[in-house]
Structures are given as C-alpha cells and as structure tokens.
Design a binder for this molecule. Structure first.
Ligand SMILES: [Zn+2]
Ligand SMILES: [Zn+2]
Length: 101
C-alpha cells in the first residue's frame, strides 16, 4: 500500500460507519472494508468505512454475507460505495487532500 492510498483509507475511515450514517445512527468509529469483485485486485478495490459490528459482526457484511446484507438493509455494497463517495465529497478535509493531487 502506498502513502497516497493509506491517506485515502484514513480519510474514509474518518467518515465513520457509512451504514450507521445511512441508518441515522450517530458517527461510529469505522474500519476499512474492501469491496471485492470476483477476481478483482485488492489494491484496486473500492473501500467503504464500516463499524466493527456492521463489518465483522452478526449484522455486518461479512456476518450476513452479500445477499443477507442486501436483504436486511435494502442496499448492497455498491450503494455503500456511492454513499461513501458522496460523503467524501461533502467532507471539507477530503477536499484538502484532493487539492494536493
Ligand atoms: Zn455501523
Ligand atoms: Zn471487510
């Protein structure tokens, strides 16, 4: 992982759990989840911020599996990627990082 990528991940994690945000919960500290397409490279995979429960817990993307997750929350990983991108573009600190590129 290079520096720019790590910084990008930091920015995303700082957004807080994107699912909690969507559900109207207060900001939760988040971990990075890689949205991996079949055969896709991890380094190129989009990433989304998820709290430990929504990431690895029983109600999370790994615990429920892709299908169970989509059924439970009426959205899938791709929707979360879009929500993350929107949240990122609304975050003033993310704009600062963008300007450096
Ligand atoms: Zn959450
Ligand atoms: Zn994950």
């Amino acid at each position: 992982m290079n520096k720019a990528q790590r910084k990008h991940y930091d920015q995303i994690a700082k957004l807080g759990c994107i699912l909690c945000r969507h559900l109207g919960y207060s900001d939760s500290p988040a971990e990075i989840h890689h949205v991996r397409k079949f055969g896709g490279k991890r380094d190129l995979a989009p990433v989304i911020p998820l709290c430990p429960e929504h990431h690895r817990g029983n109600t999370g993307v790994h615990g429920l599996g892709k299908k169970g997750f989509a059924t439970r929350y009426s959205l899938d990983e791709q929707d979360l990627v879009e929500l993350t991108e929107r949240a990122l573009s609304e975050s003033p600190s993310a704009l600062l990082v963008d300007n450096k590129f």
